[in-house]
Design a protein around this ligand. Structure first.
Ligand code: ZN
Length: 191
């Protein structure tokens, strides 16, 4: 069915359309320890209930230079001491590879950051396409009250570098201030 040499069609609803072929990964609050500014607030939430923050659904695309990998992700609504739920975020191992995100549902921001410190924040709302430029780390942030559901596609051999973000974080954070999503400096960001 998923013939990457001959092509195929599939139901865009990866969550239910291809359950046997799709690899679903869930990330819980405890998987994001250290990534939110307020560690104590996160620990208190984990103790109460270690909820799913986000999940993503990927296909077994061969990691060839000429193929395209794609899937969908859902970031659930919520916050840790005012900092919105988000994905871990990553650079691509092949830094010079871009990515496209199409927002199907929800409200949020695609936060992007280059190694040199240039920060871009692109709004995500239903029907919006975000082109994440090559060389930029990227993270989906749910600033709304409903699940943020996106479809993404990138060069299949791009690879994921999560370690750099796990160690250093992003330079900026999205927090709720007087009901408005606001970009602020990350107090924990390490040079
Ligand atoms: Zn990516």
């Amino acid at each position: 069915m998923l013939n990457f040499e001959k092509g195929f069609t599939l139901d865009l609803d990866l969550k239910t359309g291809l359950s046997k072929k799709v690899d679903t990964k869930k990330r819980y609050l405890s998987d994001l320890r250290g990534m939110f500014a307020d560690d104590a607030a996160l620990e208190a939430m984990i103790k109460e209930n270690d909820d799913v923050i986000y999940e993503y659904h990927t296909l077994p695309v061969p990691e060839h230079e000429g193929d395209l990998a794609f899937g969908s992700s859902i970031v659930y609504p919520g916050n840790v001491a005012g900092e919105y739920f988000m994905t871990k975020g990553h650079f691509h191992t092949i830094l010079g590879t871009a990515e496209v995100y199409y927002c199907m549902n929800g409200q949020g921001v695609m936060l992007c950051e280059s190694p040199e410190g240039d920060v871009k924040a692109f709004e995500l709302s239903p029907g919006t396409v975000v082109y994440v430029p090559k060389r930029y780390a990227h993270r989906s942030i749910n600033t709304g009250n409903t699940p943020l559901h996106t479809f993404y596609v990138y060069r299949a051999d791009a690879g994921h570098d999560y370690g750099t973000i796990e160690e250093k974080g992003f330079r900026k954070l999205y927090v709720e201030k007087d009901g408005t999503p606001t970009l602020v400096e990350n107090p924990k960001w390490a040079e």
